[in-house]
Design a protein around this ligand. Structure first.
Ligand SMILES: Cc1cc2nc3c(=O)[nH]c(=O)nc-3n(C[C@H](O)[C@H](O)[C@H](O)COP(=O)(O)OP(=O)(O)OC[C@H]3O[C@@H](n4cnc5c(N)ncnc54)[C@H](O)[C@@H]3O)c2cc1C
Length: 199
């Protein structure tokens, strides 16, 4: 029987085939320890299979709601997509919000606008609450290679301000050069409500 609030993991000895491909992220990640092998029968309210963002976030939500949760992982925490790269916190969807507005209408689009910021808020709350070492850095830049792209970013800024993002700042060529140490861009859009994590 497992205590409520603990998250036992199925352990496997890490073999070469389980190692992440060599990359900046693999080389600079915080250690993710192997966990105990599940050897006995246990009971839980909910059993989650897979310790990526989806599984762990669901487990935390359920634990906070008072459920006894078990997470089973075949390899190690963050073994899948969640552990392969740095995570960009980008407050948007795969379609621009004005495109979504055309599809769902003016009333429902407000809900989408709010939802775009929810993920970033949950990440920050969780990082603070549980002291997660994931090198959280605030701020993300959309960089423009030419005047046309810069105009598009100005349009995006006006659009997202309509949906409550007051953390946006347009950067000119000098500002962006200071931020990313290259002369490649004519400007950009800094979003301080975005950010980056790397565990
Ligand atoms: C290169 C890349 C870049 C990305 N960049 C971003 C980004 O910048 N921002 C962003 O928001 N998203 C990004 N994503 C998407 C994001 O990483 C994924 O959507 C997210 O990690 C998926 O999490 P997951 O928990 O669903 O899956 P995974 O992280 O893949 O976790 C699944 C886990 O389940 C385990 N498992 C599978 N089968 C079993 C089983 N039978 N028994 C036990 N365990 C099992 C696996 O070992 C694994 O650990 C990126 C993805 C990739 C690949």
């Amino acid at each position: 029987m497992q205590e409520a609030g603990t998250i036992p993991m199925q352990q496997r000895t890490q073999t070469a085939s389980q190692a992440h491909a060599p990359s900046y992220y693999a080389a600079s990640a915080n250690p993710s320890p192997m966990r105990e092998v599940l050897k006995e029968d246990i009971t839980a309210d909910v059993c989650i299979v897979g310790a990526g963002y989806t599984g762990l976030s669901s487990a935390l939500h359920l634990l906070e709601a008072g459920f006894n949760v078990v997470v089973l992982e075949a390899a190690k925490v963050g073994w899948g997509a969640s552990g392969r790269n740095g995570g960009q916190i980008v407050n948007s969807f795969s379609r621009d919000i004005d495109v979504i507005e055309k599809t769902v209408g003016k009333q429902k689009v407000a809900l989408f606008g709010e939802m775009a910021f929810e993920g970033g808020k949950i990440i920050r709350e969780r990082v603070n609450k549980y002291g997660i070492e994931c090198d959280l850095k605030d701020g993300g830049i959309f960089a423009a290679l030419n005047k046309k792209q810069m105009q598009e970013l100005e349009h995006q800024k006006a659009l997202w301000e309509k949906y409550g993002n007051d953390h946006l700042e347009l950067l000119d060529a000098k500002d962006i050069q200071n931020a990313v140490a290259t002369e490649r861009y004519v400007g950009g859009l800094l979003d301080m409500s975005g950010g980056h994590i790397h565990h």
